[in-house]
Design a protein around this ligand. Structure first.
Ligand SMILES: [Ca+2]
Ligand SMILES: [Ca+2]
Ligand SMILES: [Ca+2]
Ligand SMILES: [Ca+2]
Length: 290
């Protein structure tokens, strides 16, 4: 299992990579991301009012008489997401949450997922592009994709692997559609055929995920490598060496690997507190304890 998790850590795919420069560019560019978030939400709401889910073709289709607009469809949900201090609404359509035989719960924004996806650009409130990218069966790690994905997939459950001497096959996994504002996708930069400030639509299946994905194999799940407790493990770098804790095998930089700072030897370095002067700081984040 550990070996597999390591492989996942590097199974990062180019098109869906969230540009590392994006969050910093928010601070240095003069673009009004907050205003764009409002524009995008208007676009998405209007789009959802003008389209419906056609169950026969399983596609988002221009609304016709007698059908229920996505916006009024009980299967359409939304979630509020704050990124870079800007509030966004992510809309997602739930064909099925997923009903796996063994229920592992839902992935976190730091977990590795095995998915199917097919993306289209929301050109305007009345039209969508052809598919710009698709992949049926790819491992990704949710901390390193567009934020609309990171959060969107957490609403679904993985399925059951029923592979039997043939191609890898899953059933009972979550299935839905994500409607993503540009600020949770490629923002005012765009990517390839995706224009700046373009909202996106993705048909998705969540086939499987690694519960408690541990990118650096140090015994602490990536979602829990959030030393400052702000809900964002990507911004924690205890030893300030430029490698975030979730990717750093020696979080406090004291020369002892985190996995070896496990005084009680229970496999979890996060519950060892040996410093009587600092009893709430776990040893692996405390350079005074080696
Ligand atoms: Ca870890
Ligand atoms: Ca944090
Ligand atoms: Ca570090
Ligand atoms: Ca250490």
């Amino acid at each position: 299992m550990n070996k597999i998790k390591n492989i996942f850590a590097f199974a990062i795919i180019s098109i869906l990579l969230y540009s590392c420069g994006s969050s910093s560019s928010t601070e240095v560019d003069n673009f009004d991301h907050e205003a764009q978030a409002l524009i995008d939400n208007d676009t998405l709401v209007q789009f959802l009012k003008k389209h419906y889910f056609d169950a026969s073709t399983k596609t988002v289709t221009t609304l016709v008489d007698g059908e229920t607009a996505l916006y009024d469809d009980a299967k359409l949900k939304s979630m509020s997401i704050t990124e870079n201090e800007i509030d966004y609404t992510l809309y997602y359509y739930v064909n099925t949450v997923g009903s796996p035989t063994i229920d592992k719960g839902n992935p976190t924004v730091m977990d590795s997922v095995f998915v199917n996806y097919d993306g289209q650009r929301i050109v305007d409130t009345e039209s969508i592009s052809d598919s710009f990218d698709s992949n049926d069966g790819i491992w990704l790690t949710l901390n390193a994709v567009i934020r609309g994905w990171s959060h969107g997939f957490t609403n679904f459950k993985g399925g059951d692997n029923i592979t039997d001497n043939g191609p890898i096959t899953y059933e009972n996994g979550g299935k839905g559609i994500l409607f993503i504002p540009s600020g949770l996708a490629y923002a005012n930069i765009g990517s390839g055929s995706i224009a700046a400030n373009e909202c996106l639509l993705f048909y998705i299946d969540l086939y499987d995920f690694v519960k408690g994905t541990d990118h650096d194999n140090d015994g602490v799940a990536s979602i829990n490598e959030d030393a400052d407790g702000n809900g964002e493990p990507r911004d924690d770098d205890t030893d300030l060496d430029g490698v975030p804790n979730y990717f750093d095998t020696d979080d406090d930089g004291d020369g002892v690997l985190t996995i070896n700072e496990d005084a009680n030897k229970d496999g979890n370095p996060a519950n060892d507190f040996s410093d009587t002067n600092n009893p709430t700081l776990p040893d692996y984040l405390n350079p005074d304890i080696k």
